[in-house]
Design a protein around this ligand. Sequence first.
Ligand code: VGL
Ligand code: ZN
Length: 189
Amino acid sequence: MEIRSTDALIAVDVQNDFCPGGALPVPFGDTIVSKVNSLVIKFETLVFSRDWHPNNHCSFSDTPLFEDMSWPMHCVQDSPGAEFHGDLFVPGDGRVISKGTDPEREAYSAFEGTDLDAWLRERGVERVFVAGLAFDYCVRATAVDAARAGYETWVVEDACAGISEVTMERAREELTAAGVQFCGTSDFT
Ligand code: VGL
Ligand code: ZN
């Protein structure tokens, strides 16, 4: 895979709370950080999304069920858990996209309620490569929205980790149906 000037990398929610030890840990979430870094150094156009909730966000529950998309409190704005993983490379010219900032609305996709589409369009981006956490929620939703917005969309699968096998399999089906393609970090030269 030859990276072009019209490509963008979207690194989704590589944050402490989604890594082991965090509030909403994705199994092996930390193991993808070095894979994401290997992409970060290759792409010119870089987007880093972050889950960035107010402390009264509607998805928070004291008795979260996960399956119904109620979650323990996580990624609260300006808390240590909301910070990017300490090993993630975030170059100064990378664009940080904060999502889920409205207390009344869930936002899994980095396109939802943000100016990401306009920002990519301004830069002439045609293809996007999506990686990060969690494969079955925010990576899935971001990639589906990218495809719907007209970008040629790829998910770099080994640079993602997901919450459960069942929802990951469902996500693969939904991504495929949306026209999203899959690749791996070893496909980039
Ligand atoms: C996410 C659950 C709740 C994610 C965010 O980043 O995949 N999952 N909030
Ligand atoms: Zn969240």
